[in-house]
Structures are given as C-alpha cells and as structure tokens.
Design a protein around this ligand. Sequence first.
Ligand code: SAM
Length: 291
Amino acid sequence: MKHISTVGRTKEILESHKFTFKKSLGQNFLIDSNVIKEVINKANIDQTTGVIEVGPGIGSLTEHLAIHAKKVVAFEIDQRLIPVLDDTLSPYDNVTVINEDILEADVPAYIEELLGDCDDIVVVANLPYYITTPILMNFLTARLPISRYYVMMQKEVGERISASPNSKAYGSLSIAIDYYTEAKTVQQVPKTVFMPPPNVDSIIVELKTRAEKKVDIDDEDTFFKLTRGAFLHRRKTILNNYQTLFENGKKRKDEIRALFDDAGIDPVRRGESLALEDYKKIYDAFKKSDL
Ligand code: SAM
C-alpha cells in the first residue's frame, strides 16, 4: 500500500472519512514523502528511539516515524481524527495516539508510562502553527527528558527561534530558546508539500537540549522578565525600557543606571545587541539591587 503522505492516498483517506479541514486547528497535512524522509534522517531515529509527535493529523508523518522508531506517542486534539488514525495506523503496533490538547496533557506522565524503555526521546512534529511557541516553551521549561526536537513551523517563528544578536529576528524568544537549547534552522519547506497549502512559508528547526546550562540562573521567571523587558520597545535603549519595566522606574533612573553599571553593560545599548551571557550579568546585578 502507498504511504499516507502521498496526494492520492491522502485524498482517498479524506474522502472515505468525509473529513473536512479545520483551519483554526492549523490543519495542513504533509503530502510529500521526501520532506518526511529528510526530517527522519536528520533526526537520526532508530529502533531504540522513542518519538513524541504533536498533531499527527491523518498520520502522514506518524507512519514514517512508526517504521523507523521503537515507539511513537502522538497527541491529537481533534476527536474527528481518532477513527481516521485508528484506520490509517492499524498496520503499526508501536504507536499510541492520545486524544488530548498538547497544552493540557500530562506529558511527563505519558513519557514515563509509554516511553520509559526507550534509550533516547525525540520530538518530531509538523506543529499546529498557531501555538508553536507555547508548545515549545511548555516542553522546554518542564525540562522533559527529550534530547532533541525536529519541528516544522512558520518560517518567521523559526527565524526568531534561531536568531543571533544584532539580527532583525532576534528577541526574547531567541534568548529563551538559547538558554535551553542549541537551535538551528535545518531547511525551508515549500507550501506545495501541504494539503491544503498554508498561507505562510515553513521551515524545519532543530533544537538540541543543552546537557549543561549555558548560564546558571536560579530564578528563571525573573530572568525572563528581565529579558522580555529589554524588548518592550525594540528601538528604545535598555535604560528606557527598564524605566518602563520597573514600578516608579522613571523616578528610579539612577538606580537603574547603577544596575547596568554593576553589570558592566552600557545602558544606551538596545536589547537586540545583548547575548544570553549579557542578560546573565544584568540578572546578577538585579539580584544584588533593590529594584
Ligand atoms: N502531522 C500531520 C501532517 O504533517 O500531515 C498534521 C500536521 S497539522 C500542521 C497540525 C495538527 O495538529 C493537526 O492535526 C491538528 O488537529 C493538531 N492540533 C492542533 N492543535 C492541537 C493541540 N492543541 N494539541 C494537539 N494537537 C493539535
């Protein structure tokens, strides 16, 4: 039988189950086996790997994952797809489909229960684009035992995730991702490999979880409040932005200047010019200050 990820088979499955796409759930299904094979190749999946997939759709990517990995756990929110997946994935006994919202699911418990005997756990997904950032941040902040991520997303989000300082795409998301992972874009994906084609361009991003912290932060909420604060107004200096960030900041300009002085960071710089290590210096100075 032909792979699910072909135009003919996809059309056949959609028709036989009378399935209609829900745009609000980001339903754009892959119809190109080559793109899927490349992702699987890059992700270096073998018979010892456990894979978590977010949003299996009708199973286009899931089928290839099932063939290559030891086990696959796939979270799908759309109840209408559960009987479809029961049907399309019936040849594979190493796949568990969970009909839950990925933002609500108890992922650590599922990992322990279903992937506990895998040597290595990897996330591979063509993500629902409308919630790319919350999905990734939920996974990363929970410090799940996942060694790497190969995820397809909207190109602009992928560029922000993997951006370096002094680039247009660099911001607080790039810093958060750099804190948890080593990120890089792997390849661009044309709209034509999806059914229906999305309105936006897509990109595959690789995130390798850092085994050791790049900077040591004990209060991550505060640290990310400081990094986000530096980008409140992109074109403004960090001094101006922090005057807005802190209560009575305008009156406490000297205290804020002293914070940057202590950190050894010029207060007229902009947030986009500072690397993760610079924010760590600001964080250390903040902890010593009364701000
Ligand atoms: N993996 C399939 C493929 O590549 O053909 C489908 C990818 S499609 C871009 C995204 C999938 O995520 C859809 O099947 C959609 O129903 C599902 N989805 C959307 N929101 C979700 C959520 N909060 N939790 C789990 N799945 C979700």
